[in-house]
Design a protein. Structure first.
Length: 216
């Protein structure tokens, strides 16, 4: 079973409804709805249930990348007029600073390690819009890099910045929580408390998903 932990509008997927993929996102206003509404820093799954996880976090932060409503309305107007697919929403407006973004990535990778099988793999996508890949990978201390793909397709890059797909596996079958303060200090950013998760509709899993959930 595969988890897309940052589903967005599934723009990176050619097959939009594959039978072996769970799509998760915290944003409730996406035109293409996820299977599960949840914060990927605190997911409703049992330990070690996924064979592969896709993680495509925002590459930057702040309103310059578009507050949701303003960004959505303009993109929807343009793309619906052309009859094209739903827009790509990056979620950068959910973070006010570099520290908030790095804190979120750190906490998410801890949770991804928890729900990924010991022999599973994580596919991380990163674009060097504001933070170099080498800095981001320091957050993934409990992981080993297996493969690095350099993306040159203009449709998958932001301007002239380099974009990567990184294949990771867990070290020694898993990681333990480390000191977030030290991690963020290494990035020259102060720690930021995790804000309360937004109120989301309760998920309604299909029969194929029932065995995945903590509360089932």
């Amino acid at each position: 079973m595969i988890l897309d932990a940052t589903a967005g509008n599934r723009v990176i997927w050619r097959l939009k409804n594959p039978p072996n993929v769970i799509f998760l996102d915290v944003e409730t206003r996406l035109p293409r709805k996820p299977d599960i509404y949840a914060d990927n820093r605190l997911m409703p799954f049992r330990n070690e249930v996924f064979d592969m996880i896709i993680f495509d976090p925002p590459f930057s932060w702040g309103e310059e990348f578009g507050v949701y409503n303003r960004y959505v309305n303009e993109k929807r107007r343009i793309e619906e007029s052309k009859g094209t697919k739903p827009f790509t929403y990056y979620g950068a407006d959910k973070y006010k600073s570099r520290g908030e973004l790095i804190s979120a990535i750190y906490k998410t990778q801890v949770e991804l390690s928890r729900v990924l099988k010991s022999d599973g793999v994580l596919m991380l996508k990163w674009g060097e819009v504001d933070i170099p890949l080498t800095n981001v990978l320091t957050v993934f201390q409990g992981w080993m890099e297996m493969m690095r793909l350099y993306i040159d397709d203009p449709s998958q890059t932001a301007g002239k910045t380099q974009t990567y797909w990184i294949l990771l596996c867990k070290k020694n079958g898993g990681i333990k929580q480390t000191d977030l303060t030290n991690m963020l200090s290494a990035m020259a950013s102060p720690p930021t408390a995790l804000s309360d998760s937004p109120s989301c509709p309760q998920p309604h899993p299909t029969p194929r998903q029932h065995q995945l959930f903590e509360y089932q």
